[in-house]
Design a protein around this ligand. Sequence first.
Ligand SMILES: [Zn+2]
Length: 289
Amino acid sequence: MRDEEVPGWWQRLGLDGLVDVHVHFLPDQVMAAVWGYFDQAEKHYGTAWPVTYRTPTEDRLRTLQDLGVREFPALVYPHKPDMAAWLSAWARDFAAKTPGCVSSGTFYPEPGAAQYVKEALERGTRIFKVHVQVGDYDPRDDELDAVWGQLADAGVPVVVHCGSGPIPGRHTGPGPFGEVLRKHPRLTAVIAHLGMPEYAEHLALAETYPNVHLDTTMAFTPFVEAMSPLPKDMLPRLAALQDKIVLGTDFPNIPYEYAVQLESLERLELGDEWLRAVCWHNGVRLLDG
Ligand SMILES: [Zn+2]
């Protein structure tokens, strides 16, 4: 399937479009640095990673509109201290002036994190993102305990990249974040990339905790299947988790067309009802509270 065929795809399912919970927009200079990193992907990841949608912000927004992506956050995340608050402010401003973009934020284990997350919640932030490998911190860090508690109380989702793909970090894997969930069992978490490559263990977290979801970002695509294939015995569990799996893509930083993610979901053969839940209903519920 090509991108031009995407609207026909969701129309056939009877949907009004798509909701994508894992999209990145960043300040231009930060995005340039991210793209520079992907240019060196063979060195970092052992595989080339040509970014498909390496275009100006306006063009990327038009691409999402043409695809029919009705709601999406501009997920930002810091790799060092003193960055999360201004990145979050940027993401709030970007959402305020961008139709379809919901207000997002991020945080880092640092003094003041609980305070700026509280303020972000008061200003209407509807989703957060953290990246355990890029941030290189332990999600069990004391500075974050109050933050997880606030998010759990507010019922506001947080997209957590805690899987060890594409490369492991010191604190990735289901263990550290699993302990956060043991302490904050009501937290609305969206485990990014279906928890790859620790699919089974991260699916188990969604099976255990009432508000733990997984996003589909890059999962099931030929690109990822070549590196971290999904064990076939996961399919019945994916079917059973119909209400907890939600469309995510990593647009624009993907080495293939957007349509490939949708085609890869369809190829699982879990049925149209499953696709409707994943590509629309679950995302609407998470983002619109
Ligand atoms: Zn991402």
